[in-house]
Design a protein around this ligand. Sequence first.
Ligand code: CA
Length: 237
Amino acid sequence: MIRAVFFDFVGTLITKAGENVTHQNIVREVLRRAGRDDLDPIKLWEEYEEESSKLFKGLAGKPYVRIREVDTEAMRRVAERYGFDVPGDFWEISMEMHARYGELFPDAAEAIKKLKSLGLHVGIITDSDNDYIEAHLKALGIYGAFDSITTSEDAGFYKPHPKPFQLALQRAGVNPWEAIYVGDNPTKDCVGAENVGMVSVLLDPDASKQPLWGNCDFVVSGLSDLPDIVRGLNESP
Ligand code: CA
């Protein structure tokens, strides 16, 4: 019997396209403050993404360090290359741009509402700092929609370490086999969830992760498929 559904955040509740626009605007603002209109914001954004993804790859499954510091370090490495300083309020700029440009998947709010109407606990498990996820969810107008929000900051580890998943299950008061985790990363999300005994669902709208579908129990192209998956699991003998 499924009693809880947990969501990843970036790429699952909010779109990667919106996240890219957000990061581009962070880089634009940093360049504006530094007075470096001569530099191409898109090129620097690409370099920032590369540095950031390198740093986060090294952190998978590891003890938590504040994401604001990781993101700032990624920006600092790019800035150093071009000889300017990262503004002291880089994190405030980042939070503001996330609030302004973050974009929910169009079917996210409705899917959450439907799952709640089935009597399920609906939560979030995310690699995030607490201040970031709270501000971002409030800006999206869905902060109140979740019964629990569990971050790597709360758990002390990054996904796919079992801790964030176990802490979320404990907060919801459900067993792992009674819970679904929905994410867009077949390795961190599906493997992390399955390692603790949860049911895993991969959100893969463009089927680009097909080679890794085997890591996941279910693959969906949209969040609106979730209520049917829950009903199917709860009706099967
Ligand atoms: Ca994600």
